[in-house]
Design a protein around this ligand. Structure first.
Ligand SMILES: Cc1cc2nc3c(=O)[nH]c(=O)nc-3n(C[C@H](O)[C@H](O)[C@H](O)COP(=O)(O)O)c2cc1C
Length: 218
């Protein structure tokens, strides 16, 4: 099938994105509103940007009526009315149901921490709490919000954040900063309502020697 996105509706384009860009890591973003209410929501349009400086991004789309999701309202820079801060917690196996539940449409006056039963823990450098149950937390200062379609319905937004402090649970990291992938238990998002674990892993060298090795999946 040859597809021209311009001839499709928004839901079809969305299905193509989430069905083909898989698996996606899930940032479980905690923020605090300018009024002081904690907020927690998952975002699978999420990735690292670079390590000099240590930078990440996630993408909260506008609501169908064009308004901002609570996370964007809270995380956008102070100059735009937000707090300019957020924390990336990870979506991991032990509380994956709470991750999904936090995507429910709770209003800005409600703390998803309380609604889904996770524990806010004080962060070191930002006001937003981290998730105490999360094995990893990246405390971020918002660098910039790039809006791909202003305040239009479902327009995409890129929140770029600089990591100013990071927490990693002691049993997951060694003195060379290698993370124990098996212990981490990260969960990824697939298309629709599907998720994938990271339990089936294999290694390959990142060079042409990979061609001379037997198919690791064969
Ligand atoms: C696993 C998962 C991943 C999600 N990823 C995104 C995403 O990348 N972008 C987005 O706009 N919404 C995403 N959502 C939906 C938001 O989490 C949902 O709209 C949530 O209510 C936003 O909360 P907030 O208004 O407190 O920011 C995702 C939902 C789930 C369950």
């Amino acid at each position: 099938m040859e597809i021209n996105p311009a001839e499709l509706g928004i839901p079809e384009r969305y299905k193509l994105l989430i069905g083909t860009i898989v698996p996606r890591p899930i940032a479980f973003i905690s923020t605090v509103s300018p009024e002081g209410v904690p907020n927690l929501a998952p975002f699978s349009f999420f990735n690292g940007v670079g390590s000099n400086p240590m930078t990440v991004l996630f993408c909260p789309a506008n609501q169908p009526n064009g308004t901002e999701k609570d996370t964007l309202r809270n995380a956008k820079p102070v100059s735009e009315g937000g707090t300019g801060q957020f924390v990336v917690n990870l979506a991991v196996e032990p509380y994956i149901r709470q991750v999904a539940a936090a995507a429910d449409g709770y209003g800005p006056e409600v703390s998803e921490f309380e609604e889904v039963g996770l524990t806010p823990a004080p962060s070191i450098r930002v006001k937003a709490p981290r998730v105490a149950e999360s094995p990893v937390a990246m405390e971020c200062e918002t660098v910039q919000v790039v809006r791909t379609n202003g305040h239009e319905p479902v327009g995409g937004n890129i929140v770029i954040g600089r990591v100013t402090h990071m927490f990693v649970r002691d049993d997951l990291i060694n003195e060379r900063f290698h993370i124990n992938q098996d212990q981490l238990g990260a969960v990824g998002r697939m298309g629709g309502l599907r998720y994938a674990t990271t339990r089936a892993q294999f290694e390959l060298p990142a060079n042409r020697e990979a061609l001379n090795l037997p198919d690791p999946l064969g």
